[in-house]
Design a binder for this molecule. Sequence first.
Ligand code: ADP
Length: 190
Amino acid sequence: MLNIVLFGPPGAGKGTQSERLIDEFGLVHLSTGDIFRSNIKGQTELGKLAKSYMDQGKLVPDSVTIDLLRAEVLKHNKPKGFIFDGFPRTNAQAEALDVFLDSIDTSITLMLSLDVEEEELKKRLIKRAEVSGRADDADPKIIDNRIAVYHKETSPVKSFYEQQRKLVSIEGMGSVDEITARLFTSIKSI
Ligand code: ADP
């Protein structure tokens, strides 16, 4: 299997690039943010819980997120592989993912980490708010909180994969097509 962690701060372009990667490599896209948002729309208990954290720019608790991710992976029968988008976001999630993938005889192949300057991230999120209707994109204070949470809790996950020699940093500035081309090159050179 080809299992990719697509990593980067909020607004780095993970969702956009994931769409391109699933088309090219026939992978299943698993975005924890998308799954939470569809639960919010469907007014499920999980949605209500997730919303209370997301609206503040905080992370949904690890136990909830890890259980959800495992269940989503198991829904797919003999997939070619997965793109994990927005997961793992903490070291605890990364460790749990390794243990879980090992239990189903697979592992993470590569972490592709998109590097984008902070000013550019904020611009992209404010622009996305105009079309996404996402409450967490519309408020500069919530955006700042998401970026702070990223630096404190999420960016250490890079070292986790670096220690396993699976980290590849990708320049995330430039056009969508340019960034896609860089990602394709990295995956094809495995
Ligand atoms: P972005 O990458 O633009 O911040 P996402 O759609 O990935 O957007 O995530 C939106 C929100 O959903 C996060 O700010 C967080 O509250 C919640 N979330 C998504 N994935 C996770 C995760 N793996 N662990 C905890 N919370 C998560």
